[in-house]
Design a protein around this ligand. Sequence first.
Ligand code: URA
Length: 274
Amino acid sequence: MESLADPRAARALLAFWRAAGVDMEEAEAIYAGAPTRTGAPAAPREPLPLNRPVPKAKMKAPVDAPVESARALASAAKTVSELRAAVESFTGCALKATARNTVFADGVEGAPVLIIGEAPGKEEDEQGKPFVGRSGQLLDRMLAAIGLDRKYNVLISNTIYWRPPGNRDPTLGESLACLPFAERLVELSQPKLLILTGKAASQAMLKREDGVTRLRGRKLGYTREGFQAPINAMVMLHPAYLLRRPNEKRLAWGDLLLAQAWLDELGVARVSHP
Ligand code: URA
């Protein structure tokens, strides 16, 4: 399947959204780091027929520039530390302007387990670390139940590195601009098991439209061009969702048992917590 970090795939997707009647101006402006409209009512737009190519001049700068810059920075990074510095230097995601801190990763570089979530919230933005708020504390407890700990055998990151204002959902443009870094993190980390938590991270990383309910509970593979073999991957319910829907903790326990069994099979060392 085509990568959304691929400018052609991104253009095709944006064209599809436009054709479906979605007003993409705001998303593209944010994506390009350009000033956005200030509440002026949207002029009615004529939907494009699906098969009409989107004019290159209109699409090229906003769509390509940040993604291309992210891809160049990400691929130049040869270690996770260099990737962190690359994310910190990246200016193609407008969320950076409103965030206090860049939130890249926390845990052990090169750990056998890599967890990728969605975007930082308030506490993460304040501390510059992923998953340190309520959902992060729940995640830590869930991981501890199967002998995983960010101090010893886990690296935790997100698909977005700056807090979206008011914790709104990241736009497509923001997601596309950050994705090359998350993809490079997997490539550099070569984890024994990649755990994607929540819908946004799962869909962005696996390039699938299925929801979490469909993706969770299975052994999946994460692959990209140039990979010799897929990386073991699985999808887990997001801890923030579990805080809202405590009844679903039963399913989350199933996810943890799957991770535990798979890690045993892979011979990944765990820690025991009292
Ligand atoms: N939710 C996420 O997906 N990531 C964080 O870092 C915090 C909350």
